[in-house]
Design a protein around this ligand. Structure first.
Ligand SMILES: [Zn+2]
Length: 584
């Protein structure tokens, strides 16, 4: 058989008890590959098994997005297939890029290049992890600014490549098909303190080598951070300059409102794209506002309205027909007469579908796994699954097909598509106040609080952020809610409504008007700490609930990869275990 494993002396030794025996070292209870895998996974690296004696991996694509699951303290049960079992009798590899905290490798194909590169790195005082194999070796670091771009044509280094994204590298103690053992050139990470990761390096420090950031086509330009946090490399240079000037108090009072709006929009689009967390964004904007004595509540409200408009902004870069589809669906969701006891859930899941459609530009249909929808709508998967069933039944959604990752693809159904949209609306990127009312909660604190206070509270709160209102009727009409629901969250006196009770909406008796208070993240967290839900015979605070749920999704996603591997390895003839079974 052609795919029979090469039987080297070393491999026979491995059969007997692992690399330690082969190398005359202490015998370890688990095979060394398994220990290495656990150790490196703890350090944030995306490690995975590849068949011994072969260079082609079992699976690659799912690893571009997530790591294998290793049961930790937060797992109430030991999940199967376990991380350890997947590495049994395997070689080990590591995926470069964002799933490994932006790990990249300098791959040297010859011994001379390996030595030369080491000397260059040492001369510049750059630290690294390094491995060597028969031919040459690898240097590993993490890029501070993001994923490094792959580069196989480095100037002056003919046999050296940079691997930074969607590329993997084999690690020690794997065995090369030739029978040679991969080894650590620097100290075995196993001997390092567990919090230590591959050294972090800034892109400027690698200028001489021509390392670039992986971006969509655009050439990387070394940024001047101007003393701002590292993530601001993603902002335009002009916006960095504005923020830095503001922090130094170098913008006049007449200019500050106009100037600060620009970075606020830039930051909003990063938050929107999931590349920046809300808190980091608002912290920097507040620092800038403080520098020029600009009211903090105004800068928060600027960021907020920028985030509301951003969906239109970024989608404009996408295909035209797709824009019409999801925007039409948004308008539809706003005006549709949602019926039944679960109408708020259905609407939230439908809105989550709109968001998926917005992000999945140009495919005609959009991918929406239950996990993604559950996260966007802040509901459980079970709830989402039931809502999807109803949405499909009512022809608001249609099932397009299942994509190769196993997730469903949808398109908007006949009822949605037939909905007449306002022909005077030109989608110029200016959001109307109506569209603002159909946003879903975004920050963790918003999700925690409004996950408990409910969809009506969220809709009314959002409407009142942008509008003064003088009656329940007026609010009910604008938000398409019924009057009693509005009354319940806004009532004063005996059964005080939730929004009033938590100070999210202020009633002004002199004017008889309602207006929502734009509250800080801290205040939302304080509110959520005082909200409780009943579970497992106990009252628990909702603070951090959505984050906990989020962790649950990550675990599920990772576990799917464990199963994919186990399935593939069970079928793969190159797998060592399948080989021995075949012989008996
Ligand atoms: Zn687990």
């Amino acid at each position: 058989m052609t795919d029979k494993l090469p039987r080297t002396l070393l491999e026979k030794a491995l059969d007997l008890g692992g690399v330690e025996v082969a190398r005359g070292l202490d015998f370890a209870p688990k095979a060394s590959v398994q220990l290495t895998a656990i150790n490196l996974h703890k350090r944030g690296l995306n490690v995975f098994p590849i068949p011994r004696g072969y260079k082609e991996p079992y699976l690659l694509r799912p690893l571009f997005f997530a790591r294998l699951h290793r049961c930790g303290r937060e797992c109430r049960i030991q999940h199967a297939p376990s991380f350890e079992s997947i590495f049994e009798y395997q070689n080990i590899a590591v995926m470069m890029g964002r799933t490994s905290e932006n790990l990249f490798a300098i791959d040297c194909d010859t011994q001379a290049d390996f030595r030369g590169m080491g000397a260059e790195l040492d001369r510049r005082g750059l630290s690294y992890w390094a491995t060597k194999s028969a031919k040459g070796g690898h240097y590993f670091m993490r890029l501070a600014e993001g994923e490094a771009a792959n580069n196989a044509t480095l100037v002056g280094w003919k046999n050296v490549q940079i691997w930074g994204t969607r590329h993997f590298t084999v690690l020690p103690p794997s065995i090369h098909p030739s029978g040679v053992l991969y080894e650590w050139h620097t100290q075995d990470p196993y001997r390092l303190p567990i919090e230590e990761k591959p050294p972090l390096v800034s892109i400027q420090a690698l200028d001489w080598l021509g390392v670039e950031r992986a971006t969509s086509g655009k050439k990387w330009e070394a940024p001047e951070l101007l003393g701002l946090p590292a993530w601001t490399v993603n902002l335009s240079r002009n916006n960095r300059r504005i923020l830095a000037s503001a922090i130094n108090g170098a913008i006049t009072e007449g200019q500050r409102n106009f100037e600060l709006t620009k970075p606020a929009y830039d930051i909003a689009s990063l938050i929107d794209a999931g590349e920046l967390n809300y808190q980091d964004g608002i912290n920097l904007l507040e620092e800038a506002a403080e520098g020029v004595d600009y009211p903090l509540k105004d800068i928060r409200s600027t960021l907020r309205s920028a985030m509301n408009k951003n969906g239109l902004e970024s989608a404009r870069k996408g295909g035209k027909t797709q824009i019409a589809e999801w925007q039409k669906a948004l308008e539809f969701a706003r005006d549709y007469d949602w019926q039944g006891r679960s109408r708020h859930t259905d609407k939230a899941v439908f809105l989550a579908c709109c968001e998926r459609a917005r992000l999945d530009v140009g495919a005609g249909s959009f991918r929406a796994s239950q996990r993604e929808l559950a996260r966007l709508s802040n509901k459980t998967r079970k709830t989402v699954s039931k809502a999807l069933h109803r949405l499909l039944q009512d022809d608001l959604l249609a099932l397009a097909r299942t994509d190769n990752s196993g997730a469903n693809r949808f398109s908007f159904g006949g009822v949605t598509r037939k909905y007449p949209t306002n022909p005077t609306c030109s989608y110029s990127g200016v959001a109307t106040s109506h569209q603002k009312t159909v946003k879903l909660p975004q920050t963790p604190a918003e999700k925690d609080v409004f996950g408990r206070l409910g969809a009506v509270s969220w809709a009314v709160y959002n409407y009142l952020l942008d509008n003064f209102a003088f009656s329940y009727k007026e609010i009910a009409e604008a938000t398409k809610l019924n009057r009693q629901s509005v009354q319940r969250v806004l009532s004063r006196g005996k059964n005080t409504g939730l929004l009033i009770a938590h100070g999210l909406v202020i009633y002004n008796p002199a004017e008889n008007s309602y207006k929502a208070e734009l509250v800080s993240n801290e205040k939302l967290e304080r509110i959520s700490a005082n909200l409780y839900y009943y579970a497992g015979g106990d009252y628990k605070s909702v603070l951090g609930k959505s984050e906990k749920r989020e962790r649950g999704y990550t675990a599920e996603r990772e576990l799917r990869i464990n199963s994919l591997f186990a399935g593939r390895m069970a079928r793969d003839k190159r797998n060592y275990l399948n080989q021995s079974e075949a012989k008996t």
